[in-house]
Design a protein around this ligand. Structure first.
Ligand code: NA7
Length: 542
């Protein structure tokens, strides 16, 4: 019996991963279609268009490396690119490689089902369309499924509610408005200084404070860009082989084995470079040893105290409940200084809990804060949410979110036992968000597309991660994390920001370079830990 397929490969998502996957599959002579919910490419940078939105990785490093001409012709204007420039880059890539003709925009994938008899996936959309393919690449992003805000009474609010993850496209003017922001993670920290510039009054509702370092953002000079381009081959190679995909120098020293003066000097030098990834790894023991970590935390706490005029506010803004960088170390432009403004009020929900949202505003134990607009910067069901909100049914019809209810498991963050032919780009238990995403996603896309090409050449039609390989990988991921301080924090890295989610480390903290070598060895070793099968007969339509 033969079956007709819409494409050999379906890709869900037209962000960086989906775009590159499409391009690479085409180059390998494979037929692919991308399904994208938005009306344009860009993923994260399409949706998160709130004022102040920027990447926390430097632009030169947060760019594709797979095409030298692309690298040569694109010039970033700032050290840390803002969302509009990142979106322009995504659009440029889509145009340059003529990607749009194989992307279906405005398509929301609701379900995906694997058929064991034909080795094919069928995807259904909210508009009632279906698409079929042999292979499915979920390029759905790590931070794309917003967390349902667990704020009592939010539905009663009479004013406007805006979310950072789905900001209105038209430019907004907040003058004369009383605005509340709920959430002080990276998004809150970026949007707050911008809103404070025009809002009549700005109330910030903080539950857990974040640590943030000044970005020292600035225009990039032509010389810097040229210099990077000239050395790009070496820089990129070093990044691929590094701990976090950035090849940053560290001091090579323990924070505890040097004098307080030397330590201060090293922290100051890195702090003044405005690079959070570099800061969090500057001493070898900082993420492993509480006492070493405390030295970094104390250093940043002192900086917060310098940046905020009122010592009580500075204290409330200083985290105390987790080691520094075990929750995302943020990067800001004038965040702490914003609390020195007369129109800005910090509401510390730890000392003054939120009881409910009313028609007029936010009620805390101390009183009602009347506002016209509530901005939600309340975060994401990170790393797994974009996958588990789709009804993905694998062998035996089992829903992925049910498989993951007690424990999130994958093999290498690339495939999942019980879900043959489904690949995840920067999936759970791969380095993902703890690395330069560009490096990690390029590696994943290359690994996945090479794997599909290999199967195609060998006349194989089914690949599945074995249960044993998946279990071993899960243990390894946990063992490596257990040596670090990460498990101590109630962070989204640990799945701890979403009620009922399995509490475990979701990014692999063992390093980008180590991880890369391991995945390449596994592929070279005949895809060790994966079960490969040959095919029922299938015809590709068109
Ligand atoms: P984050 O970092 O998850 O931040 C969400 C913030 O929202 C955090 O401060 C939360 O406090 C707060 N929050 C969430 N729910 C509530 C309720 N119900 N009440 C009060 N406060 C709440 O998300 P971001 O979007 O800022 O950043 C995500 C990543 O995107 C970022 O790290 C970059 O990598 C890019 P809580 O911690 O729950 O106490």
């Amino acid at each position: 019996m033969s079956h007709s397929l819409d494409s050999e490969v379906l890709i869900v998502g037209a962000g960086w991963s989906g775009m590159y996957a499409l391009h690479r599959l085409r180059k390998l002579g494979l037929n692919a279609t991308v399904l994208e919910a938005a009306e344009d490419v860009g993923g994260t940078w399409f949706w998160n268009r709130y004022p102040g939105a920027r990447c926390d990785i430097e632009s030169l490093h947060y760019s594709y490396s797979f095409d030298e001409d692309l690298q040569e012709e694109w010039t970033w204007s700032e050290r840390y690119a803002a969302q509009p420039e990142l979106l322009s880059y995504a659009r440029h890539v889509a145009d340059r490689f003529d990607l749009r003709k194989d992307i279906r925009f405005g398509v929301w994938v609701e379900s995906a089902e694997f058929d064991e008899s034909t080795h094919q996936w069928t995807l259904s959309t909210s508009a009632g369309q279906t698409f079929t393919s042999r292979f499915l690449i979920m390029a759905t992003g790590s931070l794309s499924a917003p967390k349902t805000p667990d704020i009592p009474g939010l539905e009663n609010f009479r004013g406007e509610i805006i979310s950072t993850f789905d900001w209105p496209e038209e430019k907004r003017d907040f003058s004369g408005q009383r605005v509340a922001v709920i959430g002080t993670g990276s998004s809150g920290i970026q949007v707050i200084p911008e809103l404070a510039k025009t809002a009549e009054e700005l109330f910030i509702f903080q539950r857990t404070p974040s640590y943030s370092l000044p970005a020292f953002n600035r225009p990039l000079s032509r010389e810097e860009s040229e210099e990077f381009k000239r050395s790009a081959a070496q820089i990129r190679a070093a990044a691929r082989d590094s701990l976090d995909g950035l090849a940053l120098e560290n001091s090579g020293k323990s924070a505890l084995e040097i004098s307080a003066e030397e330590r201060e000097e090293i922290f100051s030098a890195v702090y003044n470079q405005g690079s959070p990834f570099k800061f969090q790894g500057i001493f070898t023991d900082q993420m492993f040893q509480e006492e070493a970590n405390r030295t970094a935390a104390d250093f940043v706490a002192a900086k917060i105290a310098e940046r905020v005029d009122d010592p009580d506010i500075a204290r409330a803004l200083t985290p105390t409940s987790y080691p520094i960088a075990t929750r995302r170390l943020c990067i800001d432009t004038n965040y702490y200084e914003t609390y020195n403004r007369d129109n800005v009020t910090l509401v510390d929900l730890l000392s003054d809990p939120l009881t409910q949202v009313t028609e007029q505003g936010l009620q805390t134990e101390a009183g009602l804060h009347e506002v016209d607009i509530i901005v939600l910067a309340t975060g994401f069901d990170a790393i797994t949410g974009a996958l588990s909100r789709i009804d993905i049914r694998g062998t035996g019809g089992r829903l992925l979110r049910e498989k993951w209810a007690d424990k999130i498991s994958t093999y290498l963050g690339l495939m999942i036992n019980g879900y043959p032919n489904l690949f995840t780009v920067t999936g759970p238990l791969s380095p993902s968000v703890l690395s330069n995403m560009m490096v990690s996603l390029e590696h994943h896309v290359e690994w996945i597309t090479d794997c599909i090409a290999h199967l195609d050449q060998q006349g194989l039609s089914r690949i599945e991660a074995s249960a044993e390989a998946e279990a071993e990988w899960g243990e390894h991921v946990n063992e490596v994390a257990a040596q670090t301080l990460f498990p101590q924090a109630n962070s989204w890295y640990m799945g701890a920001n979403v009620a009922g989610k399995s509490r475990q480390i979701l990014p692999y903290v063992g390093g980008v370079g180590n991880y890369r070598r391991r995945t390449l060895e596994i592929a070279a070793d005949g895809y060790r830990g994966f079960e490969l099968q040959s095919q029922p007969s299938v015809v590709i339509a068109n």
